[in-house]
Design a binder for this molecule. Structure first.
Ligand code: ADE
Length: 317
């Protein structure tokens, strides 16, 4: 069932109260929540050692458990950067493909809202569809294609929860332009524009997963205007925007999607393929979870530096 649970507000309130009861005064009102995608949990190491509180998802009432290898499940609270900004880190997330309802996939976002979070930075690992993207590049999202949502698998389906937001929220401004501007400035300020890894602006296509896309699906998504494709992020962003939380989102390109059709049909070309050509075709761009995690490790440092710089710039306002 994809319906939002009618008691979502009460459950999120109960969880927020529980979490608050575990936090010292200095951490009780996080300004920014950061969702750490596959292999991007290293951000946790960049927050101050004290005060810091880590709550395992399994100990938090109403929280979904993440079941994917490489996605730990911890809600971490601490202070980050020279200005000691209070932050909440979600290390590991619930995905729709795990079997969770959309309501559970977005539950932590609502808890963050109730804890007082005003800005959410969402990161993920994604497949690159844009031909100009390389593995290890970072994409600052400026829009999305909610493929599941367009056919009704949507986190806001069901009675509207008025305490959070309106029935028909706009999403044309979902990807905060001011935060994106700050991102590109921070990238330059850190000198990251002088290296191989690129920072792009692009459109994220949300797919249900868990299988990776076929070649034809990749071509379809590219034709539709997507630059990257992934299995998360969009539900959280919609629920955050519904509740008036500002959003900044990054994809780390962990593999290049194969747009090339390869050999099709029973034609002359396919009959004369050599063994080595067959092998090359087989191995070309096959997405796998290990490569997703490896690319995450490599690029995580830049992503961490970027997020820290943005947080520090935000504080100066
Ligand atoms: N996450 C990482 N790579 C992906 C891909 N190619 N498709 C969907 N999700 C992904």
């Amino acid at each position: 069932d994809t319906l939002a649970a009618p008691n979502a507000y009460a459950r999120a309130s109960e969880t927020a109260a529980y979490v608050r009861s575990k936090l010292p005064e200095a951490l009780q009102k996080p300004k920014v929540a950061i969702v750490c995608g596959s292999g991007l949990g290293g951000l946790v190491d960049t927050i101050d050692a004290e005060p810091k509180v880590e709550l395992a998802y399994s100990t938090i009432p109403n929280f979904p458990r993440s079941t994917v290898q490489g996605h730990a499940g911890n809600f971490v609270f601490g202070l980050i950067g020279p200005q000691k900004t209070p932050v909440a880190l979600l290390v590991g997330r619930a995905h729709f493909y795990e079997g969770h309802t959309m309501d559970l996939v977005t539950f932590a976002t609502r808890v963050c809202k109730l804890l007082g979070v005003g800005t959410m930075i969402v990161t993920n690992a994604a497949g690159g569809l844009n031909e100009n993207y390389e593995v290890g590049d970072i994409v600052c999202l400026n829009d999305h294609l909610n493929l599941a949502g367009l056919v009704g698998i949507h986190p806001l389906r069901g009675p509207n929860i008025d305490e959070f937001g309106v029935r028909f929220p706009p999403l044309s401004d979902a990807y905060d332009l001011d935060l994106r501007r700050r991102t590109h400035k921070a990238w330059k300020k850190l000198g990251l524009d002088q290296q191989k890894r690129k920072l792009h602006e692009g459109v994220y296509a949300f797919v249900g997963g868990p299988s990776y896309e076929t070649r034809a699906e990749c071509r379809m998504l590219r034709i539709l205007g997507a630059d990257v494709v992934g299995m998360s992020t969009v539900p959280e962003i919609i629920v955050a925007r519904h509740a008036g939380v500002r959003v900044l989102a990054f994809s780390l390109v962990t593999n290049k999607a194969v747009l090339d059709a390869g050999s099709r049909g029973n034609d002359e070309a396919i009959q004369t393929l050599s063994k080595s050509e067959l092998n090359e075709h087989l191995n070309q761009g096959k997405a796998n979870h290990q490569e997703v995690l490896d690319a995450g490790r490599e690029a995580a440092k830049d992503m961490q530096a970027l997020v820290k710089q943005i947080l520090s710039d935000l504080h100066e306002d």
